[in-house]
Ligand binder design. Sequence first.
Ligand code: SF4
Length: 482
Amino acid sequence: MILIIQNGYSCDYEMRLFASMFFREDEEVTVTQNFTYSDKNINVYTHIIFNGKSYFEDYNFKFDTDGKTEKLIKKIFIASCTKSFSHAALKIRKINFSWGVMCGIRPAKNARELFDEGFSKAEVREIFKYVYEVSEEKTELALTVANNEKLLLDNIGNNSISLYIGIPFCPTRCVYCSFVSTDIRTSGKYMPEFIEKLLVEIEKTAELVKLSGVYVENIYIGGGTPTTVSAEDFERIFKKLYGCLDLSKLIEFTVEAGRPDTITEEKLKVLKKYGVNRISINPQSMNDKTLKKIGRSHSVSMIYDTYKMARNVGFDVINMDLIAGLPDETPEDFNYSLNEVIKLKPENITVHSLCIKRAANFRHTENELTKSEDMNKMLSFTQMRMKEEGYDPYYMYRQKNSSGNLENVGYAKTGTMSTYNVNIMEEKQTIVALGGGGSSKVIIGDRIERVFNFKDPLEYIKRFDEILTKKDEILSLMKEES
Ligand code: SF4
């Protein structure tokens, strides 16, 4: 058990986050911290008791709160607490510290908020370095992403929304999966009814769009693996979308085709016919041995074939996902995958750090994980190669359970950055979710209201009346905004 006692200032959430990076829940750890602020000086004294031994850190930081916003003061106080704790804990265990004591899943948002506070680029660099102890490499990444995100966020149309359609079926379940998805070999029997209900939900959403006076700017069909849907059913979904919604101002229409073993020429042609202008073909690794190990039922050669097929059908924005830190993969294996993907010249490449959530089967086989130093090498290599090849990082997030506390980054060639991806990170545009597993986010000024759809296809079908009621709830929230 990790016991944290804070006197003078409390930031339990952030302290627990950092404590979980150093210690397991089943370890006996006591952390006592005393915080004082006087004469423009922050002092945080940390005492950790672990395995019967004591570890201390006495951290001081000159900081004048005069004229600073409450938000900034809070950031600095929290960073001081987590830094004092981390410096004491680093005497016990070494962890990857390239993001220093920066909390939160959106480091670029942190940079943007500092810009909004009036700090210059040079000052933000200094804050990242001295307050958060973020490495130079990660600082540059965060600053570049913040800049690119801003360009996209500035272009969001007034009164515009995005639609997310979740298809929670996959051909097999990947061993590391932490998403909403069911194996089609067992849940496939629910697909026909799921599609019928989804068509009704689209109609209901169209009413909502009309009554709230907004228009649809982006559609993202994700999952699961959306291309588990047949070409005929895709056609029905698209016909319904175009039949009941005004999509004349639609800018981006993405379908996460995902796994090559579900993509056929027939499906791709239907997608193209209905205006899908961005698809993902996700290898995760370009090593057959790894694909087998992680439970993907496709080979590397299928990735090449599907990619070629998509180009022939006419898709000109293709994203490819890779994962750094897959089991038994060395930096050389990962670098090989990245270089193979680069050779294909997709417009977007997204590199994830392996994330182990409670639900995923890997949690109990920690020895399978690539060490975090190796992960860091993979991500550094990515950053370098992307720069060489003219890809710009434009969205980034960190996940709580990612190996080595590292980041996921979307890279894109000029003019092909996905607005939807930035929207979902930065929460500046309302997203209405349909289907399984999505959550609607209604932006009301500075407030965000979330409404969750059911994750499991069977629950979605059985409790469909509630799905329709939730759409009424979303409508009331959206009317609040206008
Ligand atoms: S394809 Fe994605 S959603 Fe489906 S099982 Fe694999 S990781 Fe999960």
